[in-house]
Design a protein around this ligand. Sequence first.
Ligand SMILES: NC(=O)C1=CN([C@@H]2O[C@H](COP(=O)(O)OP(=O)(O)OC[C@H]3O[C@@H](n4cnc5c(N)ncnc54)[C@H](O)[C@@H]3O)[C@@H](O)[C@H]2O)C=CC1
Ligand SMILES: O=C(O)[C@@H]1CCC=N1
Length: 277
Amino acid sequence: MEKRTTIAFMGAGSMAEAMIAGMTKTLYQPEQIIVTNRCNTERLAYIQKTYHVRTEINKDTALKEADIVILAMKPKDAAEAISSIAHAIGEHQLIISVLAGVTTDTIVSLIGKPVAVVRAMPNTSAAIGQSATAISCGRYANDSHLATAQALFETVGIVTAVNEEDLHAVTGLSGSGPAYVYYLVEAMEKAADEIGLEREVAKDLILQTIIGAAHMLRTTDKQPAMLRKEVTSPGGTTEAGIGVLEHYHYQEAVISCIKRAAERSQELGKALLSLHR
Ligand SMILES: NC(=O)C1=CN([C@@H]2O[C@H](COP(=O)(O)OP(=O)(O)OC[C@H]3O[C@@H](n4cnc5c(N)ncnc54)[C@H](O)[C@@H]3O)[C@@H](O)[C@H]2O)C=CC1
Ligand SMILES: O=C(O)[C@@H]1CCC=N1
């Protein structure tokens, strides 16, 4: 029987957990996944108990049997983390990085060997199989590595291949994107409270409004502006509400938010590079 792929996660935080949650619900057996982190044994015990995956505090042991290594630590910890495991990484392994901003060249250089690196930008909706993930190949990664990474991320959502330089934009848009939606929901909940709706009633109405609007966007051919127009009766409530959003430059705020997040992705990559030099 063909040996099953073994995947080692270097990092056991929010993003790793979202991927583990999604992956163990689909193609992957928990035994195929080994998780390690800096030194938080309590966190590893939680991950093990929740997803029944293997956990390992010794990174060399975790790396030894891995076919795929997923780098899932914070960019600021990456130089130290990657340098400290470089000796245990072999050229037969595929490295997948979900680190915001950090280029595949930086990762290859930290490892110091011609390893195949695929850089990915998923989001935390991976936990329920709904991530929007973009992937890109490093200089030593070929089509087969890309296909392997694509298949892995397809278990937790949709996947699109992009040029590596576009990953900063993707990070600002869909990597951070769920947080923008949650922020909107937070505001809607506060508003509902202030206008006198019960919390539980408001929660259901807000949730279904977001789900309904998302499904409309997906299932109709209409542009968002047209769908908005259909809600907006002349002289009605929506027009009055949108008027306030325009007053507060809502669209400009969202555009600036996404641009700033994309720019921050570039900064994170540059910061690591200057640390490494
Ligand atoms: N949270 C999110 O929505 C997304 C995060 N990412 C990327 O995923 C990465 C992780 O982000 P989060 O999970 O949010 O961070 P987090 O802070 O929740 O988790 C970071 C993990 O890395 C571990 N770590 C630190 N140093 C280490 C080392 N030397 N060796 C092994 N593990 C080490 C920590 O112990 C922790 O388990 C970041 O690079 C981020 O840019 C990418 C897409 C979305
Ligand atoms: O906030 C961050 O830096 C990470 C990358 C995309 C989402 N979370």
